[in-house]
Design a protein around this ligand. Structure first.
Ligand SMILES: [Mn+2]
Length: 329
């Protein structure tokens, strides 16, 4: 199962690296962490990284971000190898045709739903992040060769921080901390990086979060906190889609609350719902009943209809789960 990336890429002169659409810190960190390593380990090979546009904070902190090809234009018809990171090929977006034409495909990922889409696969659902897996493939035999440097270390650290919620989620294990501790010895400015990438918010984000919280309401004897923003409110604060991303996660951090619900109106009048839970409510199941999906503790959906009616349906589904949990105890 363990992979040595240099063995897999032996003899390749052109290598494409890419990850999923709307790339997050783990996706960009794993792509550019691997790329920074390959620039040095395979100086005669051409390494092209294809990704959609990335956040300003990632642009600022990812080593080699300026080298990312965001246009997906290339003069190479078929790459000798394609490394698909942090996703399976159906989520590659505009780089999927490049994957399909490549002579050899390699898939490295930690998503449990990924069956492995490459000629060779290193998919480990237990891993904290794709960056942790990229670290494993750089020098799996532990030869001690100088494979790591500041740029690679920084990029991999960024992905680990992103996918573990700054080493806070249950996917954080001993191995995660050991790798992160090793990476930190390469001397990048981790306090600034964590602040900028994980905690910093735009002013629009701060203001709309405050507004939603002020207008929020408790349900189910305080176990559910719900808030709604119509498109006029979203426009009033100049909030973009990404400004609305963290609101539900912020709401679920309220004392006594098990589940948060945030609904916001899209430009076409539909509502996007974002649910989070702390301990036992399966929000994926709630969202699936509304045509969405996700993880047990974080899920979402998009639906037509009156937001109050949507909220009522959600509250009913959640209270059924709350009642079941109460009976179980
Ligand atoms: Mn990831």
């Amino acid at each position: 199962m363990l992979m040595n990336i240099l063995n897999e890429l032996k003899g390749c002169r052109t290598i494409a690296v890419s990850g999923h659409e709307r790339p997050d810190g783990d996706c960009v960190g794993s792509c550019m962490g691997l790329a920074q390593f390959l620039y040095r380990a395979m100086p005669d090979a051409r390494i092209d990284v294809f990704l959609e546009s990335i956040s300003d904070a990632l642009e600022e902190h990812i080593a080699g971000a300026e080298k990312i090809n965001h246009s997906y234009q290339t003069d190479i018809e078929a790459y000798d190898a394609f490394v698909c990171l942090d996703c399976e090929k159906t989520r590659l977006g505009a780089s999927e045709p490049i994957f399909d034409r490549a002579r050899r495909t390699i898939n490295i990922d930690h998503h449990v739903s990924n069956p492995g889409c490459g000629d060779v696969n290193y998919v480990v659902p237990e891993a904290s992040s794709s960056c942790e897996l990229v670290f494993n493939v750089l020098d799996p035999e532990g030869t001690g060769a100088p494979f790591m440097n500041e740029e690679t270390a920084r990029n991999l650290y960024i992905g680990m921080v992103t996918d573990t919620g700054v080493f806070r989620y249950s996917n954080t294990g001993r191995r995660t901390m050991e790798i992160a501790g090793y990476l930190m010895t390469f001397g990048f400015d981790y306090p600034t990086l964590v602040r900028d990438i994980f905690y910093e918010k735009t002013i629009a984000q701060q203001r709309i979060t405050a507004r939603v919280l002020l207008d929020s309401a408790l349900y189910c004897e305080g176990a559910v906190l719900a808030g709604i923003a119509d498109k006029e409110t979203v426009a009033q604060y100049g909030a973009s889609d990404s400004d609305l991303d963290g609101i539900s996660s912020q709401m679920v951090l309220t004392r006594g609350v098990e589940c948060s619900v945030f609904l916001h109106e899209l430009p076409d009048g539909r509502y996007k719902g974002s649910l989070r839970s702390n301990n036992y409510v399966d929000v994926a199941r709630v969202c699936e009943s509304l045509g969405g999906g996700g993880h047990v503790r974080a899920a979402g959906f998009t639906a037509d209809g009156d937001p109050q009616v949507l909220l009522q349906n959600i509250i009913e589904a959640v209270s059924a789960q709350l009642a079941a949990e109460k009976n179980r105890k």
